[in-house]
Design a protein around this ligand. Structure first.
Ligand SMILES: Nc1ncnc2c1ncn2[C@@H]1O[C@H](COP(=O)(O)OP(=O)(O)OP(=O)(O)O)[C@@H](O)[C@H]1O
Ligand SMILES: [Mg+2]
Length: 224
């Protein structure tokens, strides 16, 4: 499902400085339908690793296989199809400001050509599930941080992706909401979705024991 082989990632540095290496020599696999925590201190490279997994960045070294496709060998035309099967909860939400909560969540279904009648029911039910039934028409700027984060979660899971990547998805949630999110993630795993969750929330990790990918200074210090 996900296979990293000696993957490295460098970002171009300003001026004439050499490129900054943020991920080094990562080799691991995550089987289909598995759950993995992605842990490590701030700056360790968690978001960078997720960017590789949602195809926002390409490895500068090594090889990466996602959903059965080796990324370096994939043609440009294959990538959009691959991306559509990946749901992402961004650390900074990235909701579209001119769309309501409902329309933000509906967008990936509309892009996928789903009939509008079905979209109405699915989106309303998902937003009810995350506790936002009363906020369907609200634009993001009128929502609290935790409410925006729950819209971002709803948008990521509404398409039932094969792979769900969540970057600090409980950063703005209270404990009850975080537990509710974990129930949703466990349910997705039960239905066969592969889930990777980057977090600093040690209490949550302690309550939900699962294998972890742990990064430190861009290197993997434990996996499995
Ligand atoms: N676009 C970029 N260009 C250059 N350097 C970057 C870029 N994005 C991230 N970095 C650097 O890569 C390193 C890892 O950053 P990353 O965002 O992956 O860490 P993180 O583990 O997600 O941290 P946090 O827990 O704070 O979210 C940091 O040193 C950061 O400064
Ligand atoms: Mg991060």
């Amino acid at each position: 499902m996900i296979r990293f082989e000696h993957v490295g990632l460098s970002y171009p540095a300003p001026g004439r400085q050499p490129p900054a290496s943020v991920l080094r020599d990562l080799s691991f696999a995550v089987p289909e339908g598995a759950f993995r925590w992605l842990l490590g201190p701030s700056g360790a490279g968690k978001t960078s690793l997720l960017r590789l997994m949602y195809l926002a960045a390409r490895p500068t070294e090594g090889s990466l296989t996602l959903l059965g496709t080796e990324i370096a060998r994939a043609g440009r035309r294959q990538l959009p199809g691959l991306r559509r099967r990946i749901g992402v909860v961004f650390q900074d939400f990235r909701l579209l400001p001119h769309l309501s909560a409902f329309d933000n969540v509906a967008l990936p279904l509309r892009i996928g050509g789903r009939p509008e009648g079905q979209i109405r029911a699915d989106v309303a039910e998902m937003l009810r599930w995350v506790g936002l039934a009363g906020k369907l028409e609200s634009p993001p700027e009128t929502l609290s941080g935790g409410e925006q984060q729950r819209v971002a979660i709803a948008r990521a899971v509404i398409t039932r992706p094969r792979l769900l990547l969540a970057d600090e998805p409980t950063g703005n949630l209270d404990e009850a909401q975080a537990e509710r999110l974990m129930r949703l993630l466990h349910e997705l795993v039960r239905l066969g979705t592969t889930v990777v969750v980057a977090t600093h929330n040690e209490a949550l990790v302690a309550r939900h024991a699962a294998p972890a990918l742990r990064l430190d200074h861009g290197r993997l210090v434990t996996h499995g």
